[in-house]
Design a protein around this ligand. Structure first.
Ligand code: ATP
Length: 236
């Protein structure tokens, strides 16, 4: 069943035509990835879905409802949560306070507490550091915190913008296995990555973007084997 449908959107930054008719479909339960070089429009696509940018034309439907142009906080309330590129945790707040902020649109105190405990058991490193200031965490820990914070809104779909950026290979592996686990416990995932190899290894479906357009799409497994993708994005 289609959960999220991005239909032929055009997005501009002033005179810059950043997205030129992008269409993406995400089915419930899947991991879908958007790959492509720097500046292809991956982040812009995520920011438009989460309501930070408005498409000039085209439609975005989430569970049948048109959300294009809707206020970002209402989009969060519907169950769409984004982990921005570069984590952006609140550096001068503790780990626990950062997580609490992820639930700021909720009022179900008991469930919030339960979710916080679930996140601490999913990310033991955050649990050990719950009183530590977020700005003093390592890059990998900040990524985990940013993911945990997004999960605190109980998303139906999690939008991840380059979670592997700047992380050592071992940590990249760890983050990807956590993404898989989040997906297996019921959250649909839309993943933007420059690390095409890792992204294709966990995704069901993939789209390749180039200068604001989708140039290829299909089953992640098939794309990983395609000559074109191997040459351009997988280093041979
Ligand atoms: P990256 O991995 O570098 O973030 P990306 O695929 O996510 O790449 P976008 O960040 O979506 O690409 O950028 C798409 C295009 O829009 C680029 O040409 C970029 O220069 C332009 N762009 C992005 N943000 C802005 C902005 N705030 N103002 C003007 N142009 C922008």
């Amino acid at each position: 069943m289609t959960m999220l449908k991005v239909d032929n959107i055009n997005v501009y930054y002033g005179a810059i035509h950043a997205l030129k008719g992008i269409s993406v479909e995400v089915s419930q339960g899947q991991i879908v990835t958007l790959i492509g070089a720097n500046g292809a429009g991956k982040s812009t696509t995520l920011r438009t879905i989460s309501g930070l940018l408005k498409p000039k034309s085209g439609q975005i439907t989430f569970e049948g409802q048109n959300i294009a142009g809707m206020a970002a906080q209402n989009i969060v309330k519907l169950g769409i949560s984004q982990v921005p590129e570069g984590r952006r945790v609140f550096a001068n707040m503790s780990v626990q306070e950062n997580l609490e902020l992820g639930a700021y649109l909720r009022s179900d105190t008991k469930e919030i507490k339960e979710d916080m405990n679930k996140i601490f058991s999913r990310f033991p490193r955050l649990s050990e550091r719950r009183s530590q200031l977020a700005g003093t965490l390592s890059g990998g820990e900040q990524q985990m915190l940013a993911m945990g914070r997004a999960l605190m809104s109980r998303p139906r779909i999690l939008l991840l913008d380059e979670p592997s950026m700047g992380l050592a290979p071992l940590l990249v592996k760890e983050i990807f296995s956590i993404i898989k686990d989040i997906n297996e416990t019921g959250t649909t995932v839309l993943l933007v990555e420059q690390n095409a190899h890792m992204a294709l290894s966990i995704a069901n479906k993939a789209y390749v973007l180039e200068t604001g357009r989708i140039i290829l799409s299909g089953e992640a497994k098939e794309l990983a084997e395609s000559e074109e993708v191997r040459k351009a994005y997988l280093g041979g």
